[in-house]
Design a protein around this ligand. Structure first.
Ligand code: ATP
Length: 320
């Protein structure tokens, strides 16, 4: 029987994390169980940085970006001594279950805890959407919408001045954010880390588009491919524009979560707390085809993920 659920946010912050903290807390309290927040992810766990969470302390945060518990990356937790110390700290503080809100790195940490007997459930939250076991992670939809809003402003100036913009979005290893945003904004090209870059194809397409009277051109580039300035240098002289670059950077992480992310966070947070209360552990919760499902934590990084090639084809086809 669980008495006290701890909750932490780890890795990069993502809009919707607060809604997930609220859902875990309120679900626990609804079932007569205490909730405690752990500040600054695994770093704060090792420092015993705890804060009681009450029904009212999570009030008014559902639509706030960032995370009230703050987040961190923690090197010490990558070593066995760090994880062992965390297990002892959880025991000393009577925390008998833990909800970890973060990406696949955070889930690796959660798995280490689960292997040492800690009751733990992962809630996938990262703007990269690179976690298997769920169709979408908390924060992805908001980040796409934020990027889209910025790019829509760029399109106005691009078409007024006959310009070509290269917009660099986040995604060191995964191109989901670039692909979704690129399709939504009508980009001519989307470059992702999963697929090779064909500079000849880019310059040819841009050249023909300009000949047909197109007054601007837009490339959405995931940061993992190369830096926007590098791509601009490579394209200079190969196409009819002097490419301008915009790096959206951390802008994409902030802001209020969208309706989709708020609902997703609330459903996943509640499902994680209910799984822990029912005595299930070593799991992650996710949303697959609209339904909330549970899978083993390691699903997050062992199940192969595929970038949707049809989406990439759509970008090409619709931007002729
Ligand atoms: P994002 O996708 O936003 O980067 P993430 O959760 O994948 O989120 P990481 O920096 O990869 O972010 O991981 C967060 C933290 O999880 C790390 O700083 C570390 O403390 C812990 N962690 C990552 N991998 C492991 C591991 N193999 N063993 C133990 N802990 C780990």
């Amino acid at each position: 029987m669980i008495h006290r659920i701890g909750v932490l946010t780890s890795g990069g912050d993502a809009p919707g994390m607060n809604a997930a903290i609220r859902a875990v807390t309120r679900t626990a309290i609804y079932h007569g169980i205490q909730a405690v927040g752990i500040r600054r992810g695994y770093e704060g766990l090792l420092a015993g940085d705890l804060v009681p969470l009450t029904r009212s302390s999570v009030g008014g945060i559902i639509l706030h970006g960032g995370t009230i518990l703050r987040t961190a990356r923690c090197d010490a937790f990558m070593r066995a001594e760090g994880v062992n110390a965390a297990v002892s700290i959880l025991k000393e503080n009577d925390i008998d279950a833990l909800a970890v809100i973060g990406g696949d790195g955070s889930f690796h940490g959660a798995k280490e805890l689960a292997d040492r007997g800690v009751n733990v459930v992962g809630i996938p939250a990262t703007i990269d959407n690179d976690v298997a076991g769920t169709d979408c992670t908390i924060g992805f939809d908001t980040a796409c919408n934020t990027a889209l809003e910025c790019i829509s402003k760029l399109r106005d100036t691009a078409s007024s001045h006959d310009r070509m913009f290269i917009v660099e979005v986040m995604g060191r290893h995964a191109g989901y954010l670039a692909l979704e945003t690129g399709l939504a904004c009508g980009a001519e090209f989307v470059l992702v880390p999963e697929l090779p870059v064909d500079l000849d194809a880019i310059s040819e397409k841009i050249h023909y588009a300009k000949q047909r009277g197109k007054t601007h051109s837009l490339i959405v580039l995931a940061e993992g491919v190369m830096h926007a300035s590098e791509l601009a240098d490579k394209l200079k002289g190969r196409c009819d524009y002097d490419p301008r670059i915009v790096v959206l950077g951390h802008l994409q992480r902030g802001g209020a979560p969208t309706c989709f992310d708020t609902v997703l966070s609330s459903r996943l947070g509640a499902a994680a707390a209910e799984a822990l209360i029912a005595g299930r552990s070593g799991l992650m919760v996710g949303r697959v085809h609209g339904r909330i499902v549970e899978s083993p934590l390691e699903t997050a990084w062992t199940k192969k993920m595929h970038l949707d090639e049809d989406m990439r084809h759509l970008v090409d086809m619709l931007s002729i």
